[in-house]
Design a protein. Structure first.
Length: 131
């Protein structure tokens, strides 16, 4: 039996780069994958690659900096997949500022946004998540 058989993995930032690589590696290990990306084109492209591995895959376009969009996506993901066993919070949210104007408060805001994305997804819908 595959190491991740019968597991559902949600991977944010799955549309390219490290997120895509994680999605494909988890699929090869037996997981079904929910590909979350800012664009549906990228999410669906990677979902097709996962399906080519013989695994189930869903594609969702979500801006993880938008709390309402994250909540709506979490509800839809749980309705479609039935559960979430693994969450990889790979999506990054950055705000580009002038290099001469670095402020600790802005950095703190970026870190808090990342934590809110992960925490909000879990807190809002933990009935579908396994501990």
């Amino acid at each position: 039996m595959s190491q991740l058989a019968n597991q559902i993995a949600v991977i944010t930032g799955a549309g390219r780069g490290i997120g895509r690589a994680i999605a494909l590696k988890f699929a090869a290990a037996g997981a079904d994958i929910v590909c979350v990306s800012r664009t549906m084109d990228n999410a669906e492209r990677v979902a097709e690659e996962v399906r080519a591995e013989g695994r189930k895959a869903w594609a969702h376009a979500v801006d993880v900096a938008d709390a309402a969009a994250v909540t709506a996506a979490a509800e839809k993901i749980l309705a479609e997949a039935g559960k979430v066993d693994i969450l990889v919070n790979n999506a990054g949210v950055t705000r580009v500022e002038a290099a001469a104007d670095p402020h600790l408060a802005k950095l703190r805001g970026q870190i808090e946004q990342q934590a809110a994305t992960l925490g909000g997804l879990y807190d809002e819908h933990n009935s579908g998540f396994r501990a």
